[in-house]
Design a protein around this ligand. Sequence first.
Ligand code: ADE
Ligand code: ZN
Length: 320
Amino acid sequence: MPPIPKAELHLHIEGTLEPELAFALAARNSVELPYLSEAELRAAYSFSDLQSFLDLYYALMAVLRTEDDFADLADAYLARARAQGVRHAEIFFDPQAHTARGLEIGTVIEGLTRALDAAEERHGISTRLIMCFLRDESAESALATFEAARPYLDRIAAVGLDSAEVGNPPSKFREVYARAREAGLKCVAHAGEEGPPAYIWEALDLLGVDRVDHGVRCMEDDALVARLAAERTPLTLCPLSNVRLRVIDKLADHPLPAMLDAGLLVTVNSDDPAYFGGYADDNFTGVRDALGLDDETLRTLARNSFHASFLDEETRAKYL
Ligand code: ADE
Ligand code: ZN
């Protein structure tokens, strides 16, 4: 059976950097990697929590230097995504992780949009770009990043919030989210991955997010679940990521079935697939097998992904 058509709504483009491409870009840009081989790099993909992953994720970005690098990275992801049934992808990028290394924000955005603009024709995938702020950087840095991106806002659909969650609550980023909304952008934020349910409340009430990324920890707060269900706020779950970053012990423990039972609008996504052992359909088949989901439930998850997307009403309707 071909993979079920789906939208991917939680995907960090830097998290699609496979070891093969990392070594190819390192050679192209004369960047020395502290690993002798792809196998040795892959062997380092054993994480104890979010921070232990982020340390490697940021370090490996050193190989991304030019517009071509970002275009090649995105094109490689889109080819893999299509093979996994992805028809629409809303893609995160972390500009501050690149500008901190001396790159221009325009290099990153021009490179990514070159690949995204060609995606419909080359891969049959429609795309949106979501610019994330690093929550472990300052609110001022997020504001400066937003202003640096102003000339490119026509290419950006939404802003997001990622990186080390605990100790960096959504409330820190109220001002930049207000500015983004004023500029007509949608808003999403990682919340309730490692952080407490209170961070999800803040993302809703203080940032006015249209979707919550992860949000798994909402299940610890009945009033929050009721609110998310009543407002049909989408949650972009990433099951394989949750296991690899030890949010849960094993896929069979994932609260996805309980979340569906609670009436939550959940979607299944891949987060950082090069690091977590699977792309979009690998996450679908992973939860199917571990949780015994039937075909109707898988169709619901796929339908939810389009429903929760930022596609216009008419295009979305084609998939529902
Ligand atoms: N950046 C890349 N992947 C992330 C994740 N799962 N959580 C927070 N920040 C991230
Ligand atoms: Zn993420």
